[in-house]
Design a protein around this ligand. Structure first.
Ligand SMILES: Cc1cc2nc3c(=O)[nH]c(=O)nc-3n(C[C@H](O)[C@H](O)[C@H](O)COP(=O)(O)O)c2cc1C
Length: 361
Protein backbone atom coordinates (compact mmCIF):
# COMPACT_ATOMS: atom_id res chain seq x y z
CA UNK A 1 0.00 0.00 0.00
CA UNK A 2 2.73 2.49 0.97
CA UNK A 3 5.11 1.75 -1.91
CA UNK A 4 2.29 1.27 -4.46
CA UNK A 5 0.02 4.21 -3.61
CA UNK A 6 1.15 6.53 -0.83
CA UNK A 7 4.84 6.91 -1.75
CA UNK A 8 4.18 7.83 -5.42
CA UNK A 9 1.75 10.51 -4.24
CA UNK A 10 4.10 11.86 -1.58
CA UNK A 11 7.02 11.88 -4.03
CA UNK A 12 5.06 14.35 -6.20
CA UNK A 13 5.48 16.94 -3.44
CA UNK A 14 8.70 18.63 -2.35
CA UNK A 15 10.58 16.48 0.19
CA UNK A 16 10.62 19.18 2.83
CA UNK A 17 6.86 19.76 2.51
CA UNK A 18 6.26 16.03 2.86
CA UNK A 19 8.39 16.02 5.98
CA UNK A 20 6.42 18.94 7.45
CA UNK A 21 3.16 17.26 6.49
CA UNK A 22 4.23 13.99 8.12
CA UNK A 23 5.20 15.72 11.37
CA UNK A 24 1.89 17.63 11.35
CA UNK A 25 -0.09 14.44 10.67
CA UNK A 26 1.68 12.58 13.48
CA UNK A 27 1.11 15.48 15.86
CA UNK A 28 -2.54 15.62 14.90
CA UNK A 29 -2.88 11.86 15.37
CA UNK A 30 -1.31 12.26 18.79
CA UNK A 31 -4.16 14.52 19.92
CA UNK A 32 -6.86 11.99 19.01
CA UNK A 33 -7.78 9.87 22.04
CA UNK A 34 -6.88 6.23 21.51
CA UNK A 35 -4.79 6.93 18.41
CA UNK A 36 -1.49 5.81 19.92
CA UNK A 37 -3.14 2.64 21.19
CA UNK A 38 -4.44 1.98 17.65
CA UNK A 39 -1.06 2.74 16.06
CA UNK A 40 0.56 0.31 18.45
CA UNK A 41 -2.02 -2.36 17.61
CA UNK A 42 -1.44 -1.89 13.89
CA UNK A 43 2.33 -1.42 13.81
CA UNK A 44 4.18 -2.37 16.97
CA UNK A 45 5.55 -5.87 17.47
CA UNK A 46 6.30 -7.09 20.97
CA UNK A 47 8.36 -10.16 21.71
CA UNK A 48 10.94 -11.02 24.38
CA UNK A 49 13.45 -11.88 21.62
CA UNK A 50 13.41 -8.24 20.50
CA UNK A 51 14.21 -6.78 23.92
CA UNK A 52 17.66 -5.38 24.55
CA UNK A 53 19.49 -3.74 27.41
CA UNK A 54 22.16 -1.49 25.97
CA UNK A 55 24.30 1.04 27.88
CA UNK A 56 22.00 0.48 30.86
CA UNK A 57 18.81 1.42 28.99
CA UNK A 58 16.04 -1.11 28.27
CA UNK A 59 14.73 -1.16 24.69
CA UNK A 60 11.55 -2.99 23.59
CA UNK A 61 13.24 -3.61 20.23
CA UNK A 62 16.54 -2.62 18.61
CA UNK A 63 15.14 -0.56 15.68
CA UNK A 64 15.10 3.20 16.22
CA UNK A 65 14.58 6.43 14.34
CA UNK A 66 17.79 8.26 13.46
CA UNK A 67 18.42 11.90 14.26
CA UNK A 68 17.06 14.52 11.91
CA UNK A 69 13.51 13.22 11.57
CA UNK A 70 12.11 14.55 14.84
CA UNK A 71 14.40 17.55 15.11
CA UNK A 72 12.24 19.39 17.64
CA UNK A 73 11.09 16.44 19.75
CA UNK A 74 7.51 16.81 18.54
CA UNK A 75 6.47 13.28 17.56
CA UNK A 76 8.65 10.84 19.48
CA UNK A 77 5.60 9.35 21.26
CA UNK A 78 3.87 8.69 17.95
CA UNK A 79 7.02 7.21 16.37
CA UNK A 80 7.33 4.94 19.36
CA UNK A 81 3.67 3.90 18.91
CA UNK A 82 4.57 3.01 15.30
CA UNK A 83 6.83 0.34 16.75
CA UNK A 84 10.21 2.08 16.82
CA UNK A 85 12.19 0.97 19.85
CA UNK A 86 13.72 4.40 20.39
CA UNK A 87 13.77 7.87 18.88
CA UNK A 88 16.80 10.11 18.65
CA UNK A 89 15.54 13.68 18.62
CA UNK A 90 17.52 16.63 17.24
CA UNK A 91 20.05 17.68 16.30
CA UNK A 92 19.18 20.23 18.97
CA UNK A 93 21.33 23.37 19.22
CA UNK A 94 21.36 25.80 22.18
CA UNK A 95 19.52 28.53 20.26
CA UNK A 96 16.94 27.93 17.55
CA UNK A 97 18.26 28.50 14.04
CA UNK A 98 16.75 28.41 10.54
CA UNK A 99 19.35 26.15 8.92
CA UNK A 100 20.49 26.54 5.31
CA UNK A 101 18.43 28.22 2.57
CA UNK A 102 15.92 26.08 0.67
CA UNK A 103 15.86 23.92 -1.33
CA UNK A 104 17.98 21.76 0.94
CA UNK A 105 16.42 18.31 0.78
CA UNK A 106 16.40 16.13 -2.34
CA UNK A 107 15.33 12.60 -3.30
CA UNK A 108 17.32 10.35 -5.58
CA UNK A 109 14.70 7.63 -6.27
CA UNK A 110 16.92 5.78 -8.77
CA UNK A 111 19.48 5.29 -6.00
CA UNK A 112 16.95 4.94 -3.18
CA UNK A 113 18.80 7.81 -1.55
CA UNK A 114 18.39 11.30 -0.12
CA UNK A 115 20.69 14.32 -0.17
CA UNK A 116 20.21 16.92 2.56
CA UNK A 117 21.95 20.10 3.62
CA UNK A 118 19.43 21.12 6.27
CA UNK A 119 22.13 22.64 8.50
CA UNK A 120 20.74 21.90 11.98
CA UNK A 121 17.44 23.74 11.46
CA UNK A 122 15.62 23.46 14.78
CA UNK A 123 13.70 25.52 17.34
CA UNK A 124 16.43 25.28 19.97
CA UNK A 125 16.98 23.73 23.36
CA UNK A 126 14.18 25.44 25.33
CA UNK A 127 11.57 24.36 22.83
CA UNK A 128 12.87 20.78 22.91
CA UNK A 129 12.69 20.77 26.71
CA UNK A 130 9.06 21.90 26.64
CA UNK A 131 8.22 19.15 24.16
CA UNK A 132 10.06 16.52 26.18
CA UNK A 133 7.74 17.03 29.14
CA UNK A 134 5.08 14.94 27.41
CA UNK A 135 6.98 11.68 27.30
CA UNK A 136 4.77 8.61 27.31
CA UNK A 137 5.83 5.74 29.53
CA UNK A 138 8.06 3.27 27.74
CA UNK A 139 9.18 5.69 25.04
CA UNK A 140 12.97 5.74 24.82
CA UNK A 141 14.38 9.07 23.69
CA UNK A 142 17.94 10.10 22.94
CA UNK A 143 19.06 13.68 22.37
CA UNK A 144 21.41 14.38 19.50
CA UNK A 145 23.23 17.62 20.31
CA UNK A 146 25.20 20.04 18.14
CA UNK A 147 26.67 23.50 18.15
CA UNK A 148 24.94 26.55 16.73
CA UNK A 149 26.19 27.47 13.26
CA UNK A 150 27.25 30.92 14.49
CA UNK A 151 29.25 29.57 17.43
CA UNK A 152 32.95 29.78 16.58
CA UNK A 153 34.47 26.31 16.37
CA UNK A 154 36.80 27.03 19.34
CA UNK A 155 33.72 27.66 21.50
CA UNK A 156 31.93 24.46 20.44
CA UNK A 157 32.56 22.67 23.80
CA UNK A 158 30.49 25.31 25.64
CA UNK A 159 27.50 24.69 23.33
CA UNK A 160 27.64 20.93 23.89
CA UNK A 161 27.91 21.38 27.66
CA UNK A 162 24.97 23.77 27.76
CA UNK A 163 22.79 21.29 25.89
CA UNK A 164 23.94 18.38 28.02
CA UNK A 165 23.25 20.12 31.33
CA UNK A 166 19.85 21.44 30.33
CA UNK A 167 18.54 18.33 28.60
CA UNK A 168 20.06 15.91 31.12
CA UNK A 169 16.91 15.05 33.04
CA UNK A 170 14.68 14.77 29.97
CA UNK A 171 16.28 12.03 27.86
CA UNK A 172 17.66 8.51 28.21
CA UNK A 173 20.94 9.00 26.34
CA UNK A 174 22.96 11.62 24.46
CA UNK A 175 24.66 11.67 21.10
CA UNK A 176 27.41 14.20 20.49
CA UNK A 177 27.16 15.05 16.82
CA UNK A 178 30.51 15.99 15.31
CA UNK A 179 29.84 14.45 11.92
CA UNK A 180 27.27 16.63 10.18
CA UNK A 181 28.67 17.70 6.80
CA UNK A 182 26.18 20.57 6.51
CA UNK A 183 27.38 22.90 9.26
CA UNK A 184 30.71 24.60 8.60
CA UNK A 185 33.71 22.98 10.30
CA UNK A 186 31.71 20.55 12.47
CA UNK A 187 33.35 17.50 10.90
CA UNK A 188 36.78 19.01 11.65
CA UNK A 189 36.04 18.26 15.32
CA UNK A 190 36.52 14.54 14.65
CA UNK A 191 40.01 14.29 16.05
CA UNK A 192 41.10 13.02 19.44
CA UNK A 193 41.91 16.42 20.90
CA UNK A 194 38.73 18.27 19.84
CA UNK A 195 36.47 15.38 20.78
CA UNK A 196 38.12 15.07 24.19
CA UNK A 197 37.71 18.82 24.76
CA UNK A 198 34.00 18.45 24.08
CA UNK A 199 33.50 15.26 26.07
CA UNK A 200 35.51 15.96 29.24
CA UNK A 201 33.15 18.67 30.58
CA UNK A 202 30.20 16.35 29.92
CA UNK A 203 31.83 13.53 31.90
CA UNK A 204 32.61 16.00 34.66
CA UNK A 205 29.02 17.21 34.85
CA UNK A 206 27.70 13.64 34.80
CA UNK A 207 29.93 12.64 37.72
CA UNK A 208 27.95 15.06 39.90
CA UNK A 209 24.53 13.67 38.95
CA UNK A 210 22.55 10.99 40.75
CA UNK A 211 21.30 9.52 37.47
CA UNK A 212 23.60 8.21 34.75
CA UNK A 213 23.06 9.27 31.14
CA UNK A 214 25.06 7.40 28.51
CA UNK A 215 27.00 9.53 26.04
CA UNK A 216 27.66 8.37 22.47
CA UNK A 217 29.64 9.95 19.67
CA UNK A 218 28.24 10.06 16.12
CA UNK A 219 30.88 9.66 13.46
CA UNK A 220 31.10 10.22 9.72
CA UNK A 221 31.39 7.49 7.09
CA UNK A 222 33.94 9.75 5.37
CA UNK A 223 36.58 9.28 8.09
CA UNK A 224 39.56 7.27 6.97
CA UNK A 225 40.26 4.05 8.84
CA UNK A 226 42.90 5.64 11.08
CA UNK A 227 40.42 8.29 12.22
CA UNK A 228 37.71 5.68 12.85
CA UNK A 229 40.29 3.91 15.04
CA UNK A 230 41.08 7.19 16.82
CA UNK A 231 37.40 7.75 17.63
CA UNK A 232 37.11 4.16 18.83
CA UNK A 233 40.17 4.65 21.03
CA UNK A 234 38.54 7.70 22.60
CA UNK A 235 35.68 5.38 23.54
CA UNK A 236 38.08 2.81 24.98
CA UNK A 237 40.20 5.35 26.87
CA UNK A 238 37.48 7.63 28.28
CA UNK A 239 34.04 7.15 29.90
CA UNK A 240 32.39 7.54 26.46
CA UNK A 241 29.65 4.88 26.34
CA UNK A 242 29.31 4.11 22.66
CA UNK A 243 29.52 5.15 19.03
CA UNK A 244 26.80 5.93 16.49
CA UNK A 245 28.03 4.98 13.03
CA UNK A 246 27.36 6.70 10.69
CA UNK A 247 26.12 10.11 9.62
CA UNK A 248 25.60 11.00 5.93
CA UNK A 249 28.42 11.01 3.37
CA UNK A 250 29.68 13.76 1.07
CA UNK A 251 30.70 11.09 -1.45
CA UNK A 252 28.73 10.77 -4.70
CA UNK A 253 30.53 7.63 -5.88
CA UNK A 254 28.63 4.94 -7.76
CA UNK A 255 25.28 6.74 -8.11
CA UNK A 256 22.86 5.82 -10.91
CA UNK A 257 21.22 9.25 -10.92
CA UNK A 258 22.57 11.28 -13.86
CA UNK A 259 25.48 13.61 -13.22
CA UNK A 260 23.55 16.70 -14.31
CA UNK A 261 20.94 16.14 -11.58
CA UNK A 262 23.65 15.47 -8.99
CA UNK A 263 25.50 18.65 -9.98
CA UNK A 264 22.29 20.70 -9.86
CA UNK A 265 21.59 19.48 -6.31
CA UNK A 266 25.02 20.55 -5.09
CA UNK A 267 26.43 20.04 -1.59
CA UNK A 268 24.90 17.96 1.13
CA UNK A 269 25.02 14.65 2.96
CA UNK A 270 23.96 11.56 1.05
CA UNK A 271 21.98 8.87 2.86
CA UNK A 272 20.15 5.69 1.88
CA UNK A 273 21.22 2.70 -0.22
CA UNK A 274 24.56 4.10 -1.49
CA UNK A 275 25.70 4.37 2.14
CA UNK A 276 24.95 0.82 3.25
CA UNK A 277 28.31 -0.77 2.48
CA UNK A 278 30.48 1.92 4.09
CA UNK A 279 28.27 2.28 7.18
CA UNK A 280 28.40 -1.48 7.82
CA UNK A 281 32.18 -1.39 7.26
CA UNK A 282 32.60 1.36 9.85
CA UNK A 283 30.43 -0.49 12.36
CA UNK A 284 32.50 -3.64 11.85
CA UNK A 285 35.77 -1.74 12.22
CA UNK A 286 34.68 -0.08 15.47
CA UNK A 287 33.36 -3.41 16.77
CA UNK A 288 36.59 -5.27 15.95
CA UNK A 289 38.84 -2.60 17.42
CA UNK A 290 36.97 -2.48 20.73
CA UNK A 291 36.54 -6.29 20.64
CA UNK A 292 32.79 -5.94 20.93
CA UNK A 293 33.07 -4.53 24.43
CA UNK A 294 31.23 -1.26 23.68
CA UNK A 295 27.80 -0.66 22.19
CA UNK A 296 27.43 0.65 18.66
CA UNK A 297 24.30 2.10 17.10
CA UNK A 298 24.45 1.14 13.42
CA UNK A 299 22.89 3.65 11.03
CA UNK A 300 23.32 4.37 7.34
CA UNK A 301 21.64 2.77 4.37
CA UNK A 302 19.41 0.36 6.27
CA UNK A 303 16.90 0.02 3.44
CA UNK A 304 15.89 -3.63 3.78
CA UNK A 305 15.42 -6.22 6.49
CA UNK A 306 18.69 -7.79 5.30
CA UNK A 307 20.53 -4.48 5.75
CA UNK A 308 19.34 -4.32 9.36
CA UNK A 309 20.57 -7.86 9.91
CA UNK A 310 23.92 -6.99 8.32
CA UNK A 311 24.28 -4.09 10.79
CA UNK A 312 23.56 -6.38 13.73
CA UNK A 313 25.91 -9.04 12.35
CA UNK A 314 28.66 -6.42 11.97
CA UNK A 315 28.39 -5.72 15.70
CA UNK A 316 25.69 -3.10 16.14
CA UNK A 317 23.66 -3.48 19.33
CA UNK A 318 20.94 -1.20 18.00
CA UNK A 319 20.01 -0.04 14.49
CA UNK A 320 18.55 3.26 13.31
CA UNK A 321 16.72 4.11 10.12
CA UNK A 322 15.85 7.34 8.34
CA UNK A 323 15.96 7.01 4.52
CA UNK A 324 14.72 3.44 4.88
CA UNK A 325 11.52 4.69 6.47
CA UNK A 326 11.04 7.28 3.71
CA UNK A 327 11.31 4.55 1.04
CA UNK A 328 9.54 1.72 2.91
CA UNK A 329 6.93 3.59 4.91
CA UNK A 330 5.98 3.67 8.58
CA UNK A 331 5.78 -0.13 8.93
CA UNK A 332 9.50 -0.55 8.29
CA UNK A 333 10.30 -1.23 11.97
CA UNK A 334 7.51 -3.80 12.04
CA UNK A 335 8.94 -5.58 8.98
CA UNK A 336 12.40 -5.78 10.53
CA UNK A 337 11.12 -6.85 13.95
CA UNK A 338 8.97 -9.61 12.48
CA UNK A 339 11.96 -11.00 10.65
CA UNK A 340 14.13 -10.87 13.78
CA UNK A 341 11.47 -12.86 15.64
CA UNK A 342 11.16 -15.38 12.78
CA UNK A 343 14.94 -15.87 12.76
CA UNK A 344 14.97 -16.29 16.52
CA UNK A 345 12.17 -18.89 16.39
CA UNK A 346 13.93 -20.73 13.55
CA UNK A 347 17.22 -20.80 15.47
CA UNK A 348 15.41 -22.05 18.57
CA UNK A 349 13.63 -24.78 16.59
CA UNK A 350 16.93 -25.83 15.00
CA UNK A 351 18.50 -25.99 18.44
CA UNK A 352 15.76 -28.22 19.87
CA UNK A 353 15.87 -30.61 16.89
CA UNK A 354 19.68 -30.73 17.13
CA UNK A 355 19.75 -31.56 20.85
CA UNK A 356 17.97 -34.97 20.69
CA UNK A 357 20.13 -35.90 17.70
CA UNK A 358 23.26 -34.98 19.68
CA UNK A 359 22.00 -36.99 22.65
CA UNK A 360 21.41 -40.01 20.39
CA UNK A 361 25.04 -39.81 19.24
C1 LIG B 1 16.81 15.00 6.07
C2 LIG B 1 17.84 14.48 6.99
C3 LIG B 1 18.18 15.21 8.11
C4 LIG B 1 19.15 14.74 8.99
N1 LIG B 1 19.46 15.47 10.10
C5 LIG B 1 20.35 14.96 10.99
C6 LIG B 1 20.64 15.67 12.18
O1 LIG B 1 20.08 16.72 12.47
N2 LIG B 1 21.57 15.13 13.03
C7 LIG B 1 22.21 13.94 12.77
O2 LIG B 1 23.02 13.49 13.58
N3 LIG B 1 21.92 13.25 11.65
C8 LIG B 1 21.03 13.73 10.77
N4 LIG B 1 20.75 13.02 9.63
C9 LIG B 1 21.49 11.77 9.38
C10 LIG B 1 20.73 10.55 9.84
O3 LIG B 1 20.54 10.56 11.23
C11 LIG B 1 21.50 9.27 9.45
O4 LIG B 1 22.72 9.22 10.14
C12 LIG B 1 21.77 9.21 7.96
O5 LIG B 1 20.68 9.69 7.22
C13 LIG B 1 22.08 7.78 7.50
O6 LIG B 1 20.97 6.94 7.73
P1 LIG B 1 19.94 6.53 6.56
O7 LIG B 1 20.74 6.06 5.39
O8 LIG B 1 19.08 5.48 7.19
O9 LIG B 1 19.16 7.76 6.22
C14 LIG B 1 19.79 13.49 8.74
C15 LIG B 1 19.42 12.74 7.61
C16 LIG B 1 18.46 13.22 6.74
C17 LIG B 1 18.09 12.39 5.54
Amino acid sequence: MYTQIIRPLLFCLSPENVHKLTIAALRFAGYIPGSKWLMEKLFAVKHPALEREVFGVKFANPIGIAAGFDKNAEVYNELSALGYGFVEVGTVTPKGQPGNPRPRLFRLPKDRAIINRMGFNNHGMQNAIENLHNRRQGTIVGANIGKNSLTPIEEAPADYLKLFRNLYQYVDYFVVNVSCPNVAKVTSLQNKQSVTEILEPLFEFRRGQSQYRPILLKISPDLDDASVDDMTDVMIETPLDGIVATNTTTSRAGLSTDQKTIDAIGNGGLSGAPLTKRAVEVVRRVHDRCQGRYPIIGVGGVMTVEDAKAMLDAGASLVQVYSGMIYNGPSFARQICKRLIADYEAAKAAETTKQPAEKAE
